[in-house]
Design a protein around this ligand. Structure first.
Ligand code: SAH
Length: 357
């Protein structure tokens, strides 16, 4: 195992300590960060304004980042790119880059695999391997930024593989790094953390006094349906989740976004829309309706147009604040964990000698 310190996961004070231990002035810390986070130089040898002894010392016990790129697929349709990055212990994780005219959003993973096993999601199919360290979360952004030098990163969404709030400390540290002006300097309000709904962690988050956006993956407004789609609901049913969400909005005075992946015949009825409007009454929130991204070999299908129209009309009539999200990257296995899953399956097929391309 690699025992080097990874600079991408250090807050300013931690980095300054390292620099001071090399008997160098602390402003060198800012120079290192400038190279990595502003100029996209990801090796110490390229940091030309550092004394060569410092570059060598840094190189002996540290490394700038902790991942390397194994694969990149770019959608011919909308230019969304999906990357597979490999960790020091050979885990593969997914990161997605979503450029639009106004924004350049990166969707990062917080865990290799996922423990929560939502039925419609590819990330949890093989369970959880481990949570990512802050440096591994930040490294995803460094690599995507370097690969897209002409598109300054504007938004970060924690909607890749894994459950950010089950990897709480690392996720929050990564957010502090991403947000810091000496690093990526992405405004807190342009950073979104998405959770499957862990009430204790949501309560803890409410007290952090951080300004990032919180999204909760709801996907159903009655316990029976949600139990079926998201096993986490059996442990933390809607009553507990909505209570924590309500308290969060009261303590922080911030709005919560609820995500609702709409699936044919599962959660797309008029009754489901009425339940949703009722569940979220008088809560400071909006709902993001997301088209289901079909994952091979899964039983679910995208909701039909007419049903979707009826669903959104019902929400309108009941004065629920919602938006309809466009699906992106469908031709490159854009859904959470999909590409990694496909890779594993291909590998397995290959291992079984079934001659996959
Ligand atoms: N664990 C976190 C973050 C990762 S999933 C969470 O549950 O929120 C990010 C979002 O992608 C979630 O809203 C999740 O429900 C959604 N998602 C997963 N698989 C999907 C699919 N096949 N189609 C559309 N959205 C999907």
């Amino acid at each position: 195992m690699n025992k080097k310190t990874i600079i991408a996961g250090l807050l300013p004070d931690e980095l300054k300590k390292i620099i001071s231990a090399y008997k160098q002035p602390v402003y060198r810390a800012k120079q290192v960060l400038d190279w990595m986070f502003k100029k996209g130089v990801l090796s110490f040898s390229g940091m030309k304004n550092l004394p060569s002894e410092l570059r060598e010392e840094l190189d002996r016990k540290n490394q700038p980042l902790s991942l390397y790129q194994e694969l990149k697929l770019t959608s011919a349709v909308d230019k969304t790119s999906k990357y597979i990055f490999i960790t020091n212990d050979a885990q593969s994780i997914e990161t997605v880059f979503i450029p639009t005219t106004k924004r350049a959003t990166v969707c990062v993973s917080t865990q290799a695999g996922c423990a929560f096993g939502c039925l419609f999601c590819a990330s949890g199919k093989d369970g959880l391997v481990r949570g990512l360290r802050a440096d591994e979360i930040v490294s995803q952004l460094l690599l995507v930024k370097k690969d897209n030098p002409h598109r300054p990163l504007t938004n970060v969404v924690f909607m890749g593989m894994g459950e950010p709030l089950a990897n709480y400390e690392n996720t929050l540290k990564a957010i502090r790094i991403i947000n810091h002006p000496d690093y990526l300097g992405i405004a807190a309000r342009k950073i979104t953390v998405s959770t499957c709904g862990l009430p204790d962690a949501i309560s803890r988050l409410a007290k952090e006094n951080m300004q990032f956006e919180l999204s909760i993956s709801l996907h159903a407004a009655d316990n029976d349906t949600r139990n079926r789609l998201m096993p986490v609901n059996k442990k933390f049913p809607l009553e507990m989740l909505i209570k924590a969400a309500r308290e969060y909005t009261q303590v922080t005075n911030r709005m919560i976004t609820f995500e609702y992946v709409i699936i044919d015949g599962v959660n797309d009825s008029k009754k489901a829309a009425l339940d949703l409007a009722k569940l979220l009454t008088r809560l400071k929130c909006k709902v993001n309706i997301i088209p289901f991204n079909p994952v091979d070999a899964m039983q679910f299908k995208r909701a039909e147009k007419a049903r979707l129209a009826e669903f959104t009309q019902t929400l309108d009539e009941n004065k629920l604040n919602f938006t309809l999200r466009r699906s992106r990257g469908a031709d490159i296995q854009g859904a959470c964990g999909q590409l990694r899953l496909e890779r594993t399956e291909r590998k397995n097929l290959k291992d079984e000698g079934r001659g996959f391309k």
